[in-house]
Each structure stands twice: as structure tokens, then as C-alpha cells.
Write a protein of this length. Structure first.
Length: 191
């Protein structure tokens, strides 16, 4: 391989397909990474890259030599809250005309932060498909932004258990098997 070829991406394309752009915390997001090649090269792995980044607006006072006074500087502080690289495929040797789709499953952590966008802070989730190549730049898909929400806590359904009905020994009325006294005559149940 020539010296300059090491700095160039191979002629290949990667696309990541996911069924929806909204996911709940704790959900497994299933998708597919499609790889097609017009070049011959070795691949170390095919993966998805999921990132959650928090960006906060901060201020600090700095001395400005030109103005000879302190001035307020605004900057954005970045922090990666979550990073995962679920693997979709292992080592491959690609040849011109190669095309294959790899299934991938990405878990949105249940303890993660939901997406939000504010004036002074925001949390963004992004995902992309990657074909990793040793010694050369990786081939990546377009980066897609995910909207991560809290899981819907729908109404809880309480299942009622069927209770057998038995006759009362005093009045012959029917009462539930779990009752301690007859609802008709009030007599205590004999056990």
C-alpha cells in the first residue's frame, strides 16, 4: 500500500437503517448496517456507534490585554454521558462489488438521560454505522440524531383472580371461598 493511500478512505459506502428516530430509555433499538464496496481492503469490524453528549453553556472572566480589563468569555463545556459500540460484524476482506447488510441491536440504557434542548444546556443522542479499517480512516454513515424519551408508564392492569363460591352451612346462601362469614346471614364460616 502506498504512503498516501493510508490517509485516504477506501471507496465504499455505509448506511445505517433504523425503523424509528425515537427510542425510550431501556429499549433495544434494532437496525441494519449496509456496506457496499468499490475497492479492495480489509475490515477489522462493522459496528454502530451510539453517543450521548451533554453540552452546557458556561462563563469565565479573563484578562484582555488590549482592553486592559477583565472580560466575560462564554464557552460550551462538553461531556460524553454514554458511549457504546455494538458490533455487527467481524473481520472481512472486501472486494469491488461487495454488498452486505448486517443486523445490529443497540441498547439505550435505562439510566440514561432523555434528550432535551435548552438555551444553556442540551443533551443529544446520535448514532452512526462504521466500517473500521486498520491503518486507514474508517468509512462511516451519516450521523443520525435520536430522540430519547422516558418510557411510557401506561396504566397498570390489575388482574382479578377468580374465587370459587361455596354454600353457607346455615342459610344455604352462596359466599366466596375466601370469606370468613356469610354475607347473607352473618354466620361465621366453619373451617
Amino acid at each position: 500500500m502506498g504512503l498516501f493511500k493510508r490517509f485516504k478512505k477506501p471507496k465504499a459506502s455505509v448506511s445505517l437503517t433504523i425503523p424509528k428516530s425515537t427510542a425510550a430509555m431501556g429499549e433495544d433499538l434494532k437496525g441494519a448496517i449496509t456496506v457496499s464496496s468499490e475497492d479492495e481492503f480489509d475490515v477489522s469490524e462493522v459496528r454502530a456507534e451510539l453517543r450521548c453528549v451533554e453540552k452546557k453553556r458556561k462563563e469565565r472572566w479573563e484578562f484582555d490585554k488590549q482592553r486592559q480589563r477583565n472580560v466575560r468569555r462564554v464557552y460550551w463545556d462538553l461531556a460524553t454521558l454514554h458511549s457504546s459500540d455494538p458490533k455487527a460484524g467481524g473481520k472481512l476482506h472486501l472486494v469491488p462489488g461487495f454488498k452486505k447488510t448486517f443486523p445490529v441491536s443497540v441498547n439505550i440504557p435505562a439510566g440514561g438521560r432523555e434528550s432535551f434542548d435548552g438555551m444553556d444546556a442540551n443533551v443529544t443522542w446520535s448514532i452512526k454505522g462504521v466500517v473500521a479499517i486498520d491503518g486507514r480512516p474508517d468509512v462511516t454513515s451519516e450521523t443520525m440524531e435520536l430522540q430519547v424519551i422516558r418510557p411510557a408508564g401506561g396504566p397498570t392492569v390489575v388482574k382479578e383472580k377468580e374465587v370459587a363460591m361455596i354454600p353457607c352451612e346455615y342459610c344455604a346462601g352462596v359466599m366466596p371461598e375466601t370469606a370468613t362469614s356469610c354475607p347473607n346471614c352473618g354466620a361465621p364460616r366453619k373451617i
